[in-house]
Design a protein around this ligand. Structure first.
Ligand SMILES: [Zn+2]
Ligand SMILES: [Zn+2]
Length: 107
């Protein structure tokens, strides 16, 4: 059994705005400035600065953060606490590291 052919490493960190004025095709060519979580069912979109402004004027969303390379990847989860998307094991490790760091050590 063989997997899909893997090409050269590509930079998948650039996300693009998913705004659509026709509701069928994406009509905005701008790079995304925000990853938007619409609800707790994890429906999410990307928006450029201009369309984030439209969202803030006209819509209600649950959370947002600047795009991260893990955003939109299969298996990545939205972390409201960390303001990013990531894989569960990675997010858990980062959370435990943060908890283990002493806060305000006396000098
Ligand atoms: Zn846009
Ligand atoms: Zn994200």
């Amino acid at each position: 059994m063989t997997g899909p052919a893997l090409g050269a490493d590509v930079d998948g960190s650039q996300h693009y705005c998913t705004y659509s004025s026709t509701l069928s095709t994406v009509t905005c060519p701008q790079p995304a400035a925000w990853h938007i979580l619409w609800n707790r069912a994890a429906d999410a979109s990307f928006a450029c600065t201009e369309h984030m402004a439209t969202v803030q004027r006209e819509l209600t969303y649950y959370d947002r953060h600047p795009p991260h390379p893990d955003c939109g990847m299969p298996g990545a989860r939205w972390s409201v606490a960390e303001k990013r998307c990531g894989y569960p094991a990675d997010l858990a490790q980062r959370a435990s590291q943060a908890a283990a760091e002493p806060v305000g050590s006396p000098s």
